[in-house]
Design a protein around this ligand. Structure first.
Ligand code: SAM
Length: 322
C-alpha cells in the first residue's frame, strides 16, 4: 500500500471529541489563543479545534514522522494556524518556544499509540499480526523491541513485564524467552507470541491472550513512555496561562496514575497545616475540572472500541505559578 493515498480522517476516530472540545473551548476561544496538541496523531482533535476556533493557533507534536506527515495533509487548509513539530512531548517547552510563543492557553494529551500505528502490520505493535518486533513510535532512533528481547537479561525482562504490563507470569515469561532465544533469535511478533503461548498454563490461556500485557510492556519500555510522560505533564502545566486548561486522556492505569498524581498535587493548597489564613502563594495552581476520571459513554464504547479503556482528566490554571 502506498501511504500517500490514505485518508487520515478514516484512520483514527478521535476519542471523546465533543468532551475535549467543550473542556478546551474557554481556553481556545481567547483572543490570540495558542493550544498544544501534544499527541497530534492523525490530527482528528486538532482539526476539530481549529474548525471551532477561527483565531486559534495550534502546535501539534508527534514523535512519529508518518503521523506528522498524514496530519499535515489533513491540516493543510489551516495554513500557518497549524504548526507541526517532530518532537517527543517532554520537549514541549522547546517546541512552543521554537514556534515563537512563551506560554500557551491549552494542552491536549491523547496518550498511547494511534490506530495507524496498530494497523501498520510492519511496525510490530499488534500481537495479532506477525511482523518484525519493532514497536518504536519514532522509527528514526532508539532500541527496538527485538533488541530488548535479544539482549535483556532475565531480570530486566521480568521487571519490564511486571512493571509495565502488571503481568503475573512475568518471571515465567522471562525464563521462557531466555530459553527460546538460545535456540533461535526471536525477531518477529509471531515468534514471541508462540513462546508466550507455550509458557502459559492452559487455564490462564482461556482467560486472556498471553501476549497482551507483554506487548504493552515492551511498547512502554521501547518508547520510554512512562518516564517521558512523567516529565511532560509538569512541563506542559508550567506553560499554561492563567485560566488556561489541560485535558489528558490515558488508556492504561499506569499512565492514569501519573496524570492523577500530578493534577492532584497541583490542585492542592500548599499552606502549612495550622496557618490561620492561606497566603496567595500557597493557593492551588490549578482546579480540577473533572470529578475523578471521566469515561466514554456506552454508545461511544460500542461505536469505537478504542474508547473503552479511556480515562479523561482535566484542570484549569487558577494561579500564576511564576
Ligand atoms: C492516540 S494517538 C493521537 C490521535 C489524535 N488525537 C487524533 O485525533 O488523531 C497518539 C499519538 O501520540 C504520539 N505519541 C505517543 N507518545 C508520544 C510522545 N512521547 N511524544 C510525542 N508523540 C507521542 C503517537 O505517535 C501517536 O501518533
Amino acid at each position: 500500500m502506498t501511504t500517500d493515498t490514505r485518508d487520515p480522517s478514516e484512520l483514527h476516530v478521535p476519542v471523546l471529541l465533543d468532551r475535549c472540545l467543550e473542556l478546551l473551548a474557554p481556553a481556545a476561544s481567547r483572543e490570540g489563543a495558542v493550544v498544544v496538541d501534544a499527541t497530534l496523531g492523525m490530527g482528528g482533535h486538532s482539526e476539530a479545534l481549529l474548525d471551532a476556533h477561527p483565531g486559534l493557533t495550534l502546535i501539534g507534536l508527534d514523535r512519529d514522522t508518518e503521523a506528522l506527515r498524514l496530519a499535515g495533509t489533513r491540516l493543510a487548509r489551516f495554513g500557518d494556524r497549524a504548526i507541526r513539530v517532530h518532537a517527543v512531548y517532554d520537549e514541549i517547552a522547546d517546541a512552543v518556544r521554537g514556534a515563537g510563543f512563551d506560554r500557551i492557553d491549552g494542552v491536549l494529551f491523547d496518550l498511547g499509540v494511534s490506530s495507524l500505528q496498530l494497523d501498520e502490520a510492519d511496525r510490530g505493535f499488534a500481537y495479532a499480526q506477525d511482523a518484525p518486533l519493532d514497536m518504536r513510535m519514532d522509527q528514526s532512533r532508539g532500541e527496538t523491541a527485538a533488541d530488548v528481547i535479544k539482549e535483556a537479561p532475565e531480570g530486566r525482562l521480568r521487571a519490564i513485564f511486571e512493571r509495565y504490563g502488571e503481568e503475573p507470569l512475568a518471571g515465567r515469561y522471562a525464563r521462557a524467552i531466555i530459553a527460546a532465544r538460545q535456540l533461535a533469535p526471536i525477531e518477529r511478533s509471531g515468534q514471541l507470541v508462540d513462546v508466550l503461548q507455550e509458557a502459559t498454563p492452559a487455564a490462564v490461556r482461556d482467560q486472556r491472550h498471553p501476549a497482551k500485557r507483554v506487548f504493552q510492556a515492551l511498547r512502554i519500555e521501547v518508547n520510554g513512555e512512562l518516564s517521558v510522560l512523567e516529565r511532560a505533564i509538569p512541563a506542559a502545566l508550567d506553560l499554561i496561562n492563567l485560566g488556561g486548561r489541560a485535558v489528558i486522556m490515558s488508556y492504561q492505569s499506569l499512565e492514569d496514575r501519573l496524570v492523577k498524581r500530578e493534577l492532584t498535587r497541583r490542585s492542592r493548597s500548599t499552606a502549612p497545616a495550622g496557618l490561620p489564613v492561606e497566603l496567595p502563594e500557597h493557593r492551588p495552581e490549578f482546579k480540577l475540572l473533572t470529578r475523578g476520571a471521566e469515561l466514554a459513554s456506552d454508545e461511544e464504547r460500542a461505536r469505537n472500541p478504542r474508547a473503552i479503556p479511556v480515562r479523561l482528566r482535566a484542570a484549569e490554571r487558577t494561579r500564576d505559578g511564576r
